[in-house]
Design a binder for this molecule. Structure first.
Ligand code: HEC
Ligand code: HEC
Ligand code: HEC
Ligand code: HEC
Length: 357
């Protein structure tokens, strides 16, 4: 072979290796937008075939009981949330939540076996609030969870504390440049190891008063009306990196890269995500936030707040948690059809915006 030809062959091989990018293996592409808009989702063909064990739905503890029988509020002494279900349904639900939260410790993780009605263990008080929270998600946030719904397992996956959580970041000494980095340059996995602000969750997912996520101006020229700082745009980008990682999708799953802002060019998935951000704020603010005084110190973050939820807590790298399987259909106690026991539940979410106000 002529040296010239070898050189060219070498260049072709190196080029091919570079073009295959970081991930080897067969890819499959699915088109989401109109032809020519480049709104494709590229996935590894192999990744589609094998299901991560963490995303497999566990079977019910035993065959679901038949409807009917004495209501739990008459059968027991101290039932504040699940009073509307039958005694049999109640026992079945207790068996299921034991499997989902404390499979090794059993009933006594939340109960004093000598007095099941007692609320002396903090875990029982937390679990009661979590029951209200789960019912609230399944009845008032169907714009997000649809009829698929969620159970305790969607977040807990057999662990007392869900592994995917966040808390307010510890504050350094605000008087030094190293002490207060405003959450910058401390890469965390949740924001795809970018050096973008790791305080994005605290800023956007804390509660109903969290900062607006949208940052783009509606004007093509600089204007006094456009007061968005570069820092705010970095925060939004950090949250968006988290969103993509949590769902295992590209930005174009929701956006048309022609305009990240325009709702009429976005996919319907973006509207689902819009409700998702509001649902997570409701979970963290109204429910988990209200448990700050109930949790013992070792269950709190560095700033003394309880551990909270982000998109990964449920999604675990896939667009529909647990592959879109509806687990809750086997646990009617977690999706009551009767009027909600928790009147304090969130107000119905406002309609998703179709254009910038
Ligand atoms: C993760 C925490 C948790 C676990 C584990 C748990 N429970 Fe419960 N249990 C609760 C909560 C919360 C209530 C109160 C529900 C309410 O107020 O609606 C309750 C109430 C009860 C009651 C009613 C007591 C009364 O008279 O008021 C019984 C009986 C009961 N559980 C049995 C069990 C059994 C049996 C197991 C194990 C198979 C179990 N529980 C496991 C959280 C738990
Ligand atoms: C949206 C996600 C989510 C759902 C759904 C959920 N939890 Fe939780 N749960 C959490 C988070 C996050 C924590 C950790 C809070 C902390 O440790 O500061 C937690 C903590 C708990 C704890 C305290 C455990 C401990 O050892 O301190 C109990 C008990 C619990 N949950 C029970 C339940 C039950 C029962 C259900 C279903 C009725 C449920 N959870 C549904 C997110 C969730
Ligand atoms: C799962 C859907 C989803 C994915 C994936 C997603 N976004 Fe977003 N994005 C949204 C939603 C919803 C909003 C608006 C949030 C709101 O109004 O509260 C938004 C807002 C934005 C904005 C602000 C637009 C404005 O009007 O100011 C930008 C910029 C943006 N996303 C960029 C990205 C980038 C870059 C990626 C990929 C790294 C990405 N997004 C991935 C759903 C998504
Ligand atoms: C409490 C659990 C939970 C949390 C937390 C959660 N989701 Fe979801 N999400 C679901 C469920 C369940 C579905 C499936 C609904 C269905 O079957 O269409 C879903 C579906 C979606 C979809 C539609 C996917 C599709 O293929 O149609 C998007 C987009 C989405 N979630 C975005 C988000 C974003 C963004 C966040 C974080 C702000 C988030 N979710 C947090 C439970 C959750």
């Amino acid at each position: 072979m002529k040296p010239n030809l070898m050189l060219r062959l070498g260049a072709v091989l190196v080029g091919a290796a570079l073009l295959s990018a970081c991930q080897l293996g067969t890819k499959s592409a699915k088109q989401y937008g109109y032809r020519g808009t480049g709104m494709d989702q590229i996935t590894l063909a192999a990744a589609n075939k094998k299901i991560d064990p963490i995303n497999v739905v566990p079977p019910p503890p035993y065959d679901p009981p038949k409807p009917g029988g004495k209501p739990a509020r008459e059968a027991y002494q101290n039932v504040q949330v699940l009073g509307d279900i039958s005694e049999d349904e109640f026992s079945y639900t207790m068996a299921a939540i034991t499997q989902w939260i404390a499979p090794e410790q059993g009933c006594n993780y939340c109960h004093n076996p000598a007095n099941m009605a007692s609320d002396e263990l903090y875990t029982k008080k937390v679990a009661r609030r979590m029951l209200q929270m789960t019912r609230n998600i399944n009845t008032n946030w169907t714009q997000h969870v649809k009829q698929t719904g969620v159970t305790c397992y969607t977040c807990h996956r057999g662990q007392a504390v869900p592994t995917e959580n966040w808390a307010l970041p510890a504050k350094g000494n605000p008087d030094t440049i190293l002490g207060n980095r405003h959450g910058q340059n401390a890469p965390v996995i949740a924001t795809a190891y970018s050096s973008l602000p790791n305080t994005a969750f605290a800023k956007y997912l804390l509660n109903a008063d969290s900062a607006p996520i949208r940052v783009q101006s509606t004007y093509s020229h600089p204007s006094r009306l456009d007061k968005t700082s570069v820092m705010a745009t970095e925060g939004t980008y950090s949250l968006m990196m988290h969103t993509s990682t949590a769902l295992g999708v590209n930005c174009t799953f929701c956006h048309n890269a022609g305009s990240f802002q325009a709702w009429n060019m976005s996919t319907p998935k973006r509207v689902g995500a819009w409700y998702g951000y509001r649902m997570v704020r409701n979970i963290n603010g109204e429910y988990i936030g209200s448990l700050a005084s109930v949790f013992p110190k070792h269950r709190l973050g560095p700033m003394g707040d309880p551990l909270k939820v982000n998109c990964t807590t449920c999604h675990r790298g896939i667009n529909k948690p647990l592959g879109g399987v509806s687990m809750v259909k086997d646990y009617p106690a977690l999706r009551p059809t009767a009027p909600m026991v928790t009147a304090a539940a969130a107000p119905a979410p406002a309609a998703a915006p179709t254009k910038m106000p």
